[in-house]
Structure formats: structure tokens, C-alpha cells
Design a binder for this molecule. Structure first.
Ligand code: HAM
Length: 442
């Protein structure tokens, strides 16, 4: 027996309505990227392992437990990217984008990979759309990024709760780390092995361990005390958000699962999702470019989980009406089929030009291939949900015409094609379709 081939655990095929919704999300993100001045970048889906170790951090779950590592045939240690920021920063440095001066705004869309336990809304391959703003000086840049994230969800009519936090500057974090070490070291026996190591290496990571015992200890850990500068920055952000009608909660427990964050961080969650309720997340990472060998360039960004966003939209009734042809062309007998193929080609080209000019959404024009009866064809048009059919049978071939019929209503009219120039055929058929519908409505 041959084994049935299936998608690997944690991955899936995207098709049908889901893929249409995802394309809609990508369209919305692209449009916003233009408004906010972001240029697209496409980086490889695999990079050196060390890139992720040095950016996301080797003490994080994402790198320590979830990284898809492999060596290629020459023994190079590589990894599938678990997120997009690291690769974009690598590219920013590699192509000396800082030398262009000023701000550089980059966005990306593509698959990310994390070896997590699959569950609702959590996959091993998932899609992110991310925005990274380099040369992002000052808190207004953080505001711009949060506003962009908010606007994206607003455009897609998705409601989500926004939480923001400030992780402090190096000085605030230094003091905070010491306070955390004191708090956790006093309860060392109860900590998991990873957290005992984090005590020495990355005290901030103590706050997002998933082991229940550690979480309990994190629960009454001290929260960060911000210095005057960070506090002032935080206040400006809160004011800007309030003034823009962007509802948020300040959440001191929000630390994010990646090491590179340095100041303001944020997340948006949706009650429509299950346990994995984060739709998007991001924040400031002022040291990452320098840490990876570039200049000292402040940056802020976020990434949205497209699979989760799509599942929220799909849960809404009639999120995206199923795609159906505007016109289904039916040819009967070989002669009719040949005429139908000619007509379909002419109509598609005409319609393509027309929708391009009006930058409207293209309509779908379909034809039935192979010799079938009129009855079978009408059934097929009905199954597809076609609005109109154009029939070319024996009479129509003889007379150089086609019969336009409005599906589901039965109104029909003959259009003479032979007298028309190719360029006029589309308009004539469209006018007939419109007239049939108008007459019916009258
Ligand atoms: P992140 O919070 O790790 O941040 O991921 C961003 C979003 O990706 C999450 O909010 C979630 O919607 C989605 N996501 C993460 N893991 C999975 C998964 N296993 N299955 C489905 N969706 C998932 C980052 O990745 C940062 N690079 C964001 C950023 C950009 N910060 C600054 N710039």
C-alpha cells in the first residue's frame, strides 16, 4: 500500500474563501503601506541561525525551542525564519540603507515558521505582514506605528483590544533586572531549569516563562520603575492615543517574547480568537541594528498574524461573498463552441481594459468547454452563481448573434454580433445585460 501524503503537522493548504480573505488583508496592508510611506522588502525565508540567536535571543522560546534549524549540504547552520524583523534588519545593514540618510520604512508579507504545539490559531507555518520603521526618532514614531496597526484592523472592520507598555531605557531596565533577580532568586527552588539559567543570563525573560510555577512567581514580581524621561515619553504616547480615539490599556505585564525590544511595546488581542488571542504585536528596538553590526539606528515596528486576522474575518457572516461569474458563455455543438471561445476572449480583453481604466475589481467571465446540452450548461452556470449567460446555439451561429439571458429570471434578448466591430461587442452585451435587469425591476 502506498502511504497517503498529507501536509506536515502544523501546516495547511490555504484555499477557497480563506485565501480570498487573506488576499484582501494583503491588499489592505499594501494600500496602507503607501499612505504611510513604506516600501516592500522580500528577504529569504531561511537565514543563518546566529541571526536569530543574536536578535530574537537564544533565551527566548522562539529560538531555544521553536526554531527550525538545519544544516545545508556544505554544513552551514541555517534556520527557517521564525519572524521577519531580524531578516529585515540584516538586509538594512547589508545594503547600507542607513547611508541613504533619514528614515527608511520597510514592510513585508510572507510565511514564518515556529516549531510550536499546533492548536487553534497556532501553526508551524503562518503568515505575517510586518512594518519596520528605521530612523524612528522620538515617541511620535511609536505613535505612527500603533496608529498604522490600528488603521489596518479598522479598515478590515476587525475590533481588537490594544495593550501598551514601556520597557524602559537601559538605565530603567538595569535597575528593574536587579529587582527581578532579587525577587526570583529568593524563590529559586520553585523555578524551572530554564528560569534558573535566565536568572544569570536574561532576567527579563523570567517574566514570560510558561511553566505554571514560574508564572505564579512572575505574578507578584515588581513592575518596572520608569525614569523621568521614559515616563514623559509614555505620557506623550498615551495623550496621542487618547486624542486619536485609539482605545488602549496600559499593561505593565506586557513584555513580549523577543529580546530586542527596548522601549514602548504593544499588542492587540481579539476576544474572537481562542487561547491564542494575539492578532499583532510590536514595539521599539533601538539597539538591534547596532547589535547586529550596523550603525546606531533607532527603530520601531510590528507584525500582524494574517492567519488569525483571516479567521476573525471569516467568522463574520458574509465576510466575502463567494466569487461568481458575471457572464457564463455557452456554446452548443462544435460550431457554437468555437464562436463561444472567440466571444469569451473578446469579452475578457474588453473587460480587462475597462476595469483597468476604472481601477475597479475585474469581473469573471467564464465559458463551458466540451459538447454538452443547453440544460446541462444552464445547470452549471447556476451552480457557479453566474448572473447572466450568453448562449450561442445553431440559430445564433447561423445569424451571427448571441442570446443573453439573466439567470434566475428568464428575461432574454438577442444581440447581433456580426455587424459589430470587435471593440463594440463588449459594450453591446453589457448594455443588454443592464437593460434586462432594468426591465425586470421596472
Ligand atoms: P510576534 O508577537 O512574535 O512578533 O508575532 C506577531 C504576530 O504573529 C502574533 O501577534 C500572532 O498574530 C502571529 N503569530 C505568531 N506566532 C504564530 C503562530 N505559531 N501561528 C499563527 N500566528 C502566529 C514578531 O514576530 C515581531 N517580529 C513583531 C515586530 C516587528 N516587532 C517589531 N517589528
Amino acid at each position: 500500500v502506498t502511504e497517503r501524503l498529507k501536509t506536515p503537522r502544523g501546516t495547511r493548504d490555504l484555499s477557497g474563501e480563506e485565501v480570498a480573505v487573506i488576499a484582501g488583508i494583503e491588499d489592505a496592508a499594501r494600500a496602507l503601506a503607501i499612505h504611510y510611506g513604506f516600501e516592500e522588502i522580500r528577504t529569504p525565508i531561511f537565514e543563518s541561525q546566529s541571526l536569530f540567536e543574536r536578535s530574537v535571543g537564544d533565551e527566548t522560546d522562539i529560538v531555544a525551542k521553536e526554531l527550525y534549524r538545519f544544516v545545508d549540504r556544505k554544513g552551514r547552520p541555517l534556520a527557517l525564519r521564525p519572524e521577519g524583523t531580524a531578516g529585515v534588519v540584516r538586509a538594512y545593514i547589508e545594503h547600507a540603507m542607513a547611508a541613504r540618510g533619514g528614515a527608511t520604512k520597510l514592510y513585508y508579507a510572507g510565511p514564518m515558521f515556529r516549531y510550536e504545539r499546533p492548536q487553534g490559531g497556532r501553526y508551524r507555518q503562518f503568515l505575517q505582514i510586518g512594518f519596520e520603521f528605521f530612523g524612528a526618532t522620538g515617541v511620535t514614531a511609536d505613535f505612527e506605528i500603533i496608529d498604522l496597526a490600528w488603521r489596518l484592523l479598522e479598515r478590515l472592520s476587525v475590533k481588537a483590544g490594544l495593550r501598551v507598555n514601556h520597557l524602559g531605557c537601559a538605565a530603567c531596565r538595569e535597575a528593574f533586572s536587579r529587582a527581578l533577580v532579587d525577587h526570583f532568586a529568593a524563590r529559586r527552588e520553585a523555578l524551572c531549569g530554564d528560569c534558573v539559567r535566565r536568572l544569570e543570563k536574561k532576567p527579563l525573560r523570567l517574566l514570560d516563562c510558561k511553566v505554571p510555577a514560574c508564572r505564579a512567581i512572575a505574578g507578584d514580581a515588581p513592575s518596572i520603575g520608569l525614569c523621568a524621561t521614559c515616563r514623559a515619553e509614555n505620557d506623550v504616547l498615551h495623550d496621542l492615543l487618547r486624542g486619536s480615539g485609539i482605545a488602549f490599556t496600559a499593561d505593565a505585564t506586557l513584555v513580549r517574547g523577543l529580546d530586542y525590544y527596548t522601549g514602548i511595546v504593544f499588542e492587540m488581542t481579539s476576544a474572537k480568537l481562542g487561547a491564542q488571542d494575539a492578532v499583532l504585536g510590536g514595539g521599539r528596538y533601538d539597539n538591534l541594528v547596532a547589535d547586529l553590526g550596523g550603525a546606531a539606528v533607532p527603530a520601531v515596528g510590528f507584525a500582524v498574524g494574517v492567519d488569525r486576522l483571516a479567521s476573525i474575518i471569516l467568522a463574520e457572516p458574509a465576510a466575502s461573498p463567494p466569487r461568481a461569474p458575471l457572464l457564463y458563455v455557452i456554446g452548443l455543438k462544435p460550431e457554437g463552441l468555437a464562436e463561444a471561445a472567440r466571444l469569451t476572449r473578446i469579452l475578457r480583453r474588453w473587460h480587462e481594459k475597462r476595469t483597468l481604466a476604472a481601477s475597479a475589481r475585474p469581473d469573471w467571465i467564464e465559458m463551458g468547454h466540451g459538447e454538452r446540452s443547453l440544460k446541462a450548461r444552464l445547470k452549471e452556470a447556476d451552480r457557479l452563481g453566474a448572473a447572466y449567460v450568453a448562449i450561442i446555439g445553431e440559430d445564433e451561429v447561423a445569424n451571427g448573434t448571441t442570446m443573453i439571458r439573466e439567470m434566475g429570471h428568464g428575461g432574454q434578448a438577442v444581440v447581433a454580433l456580426r455587424e459589430l466591430k470587435e471593440g463594440a461587442i463588449g459594450e453591446a452585451i453589457l448594455a443588454t445585460m443592464e437593460r434586462l435587469t432594468e426591465e425586470r425591476l421596472r
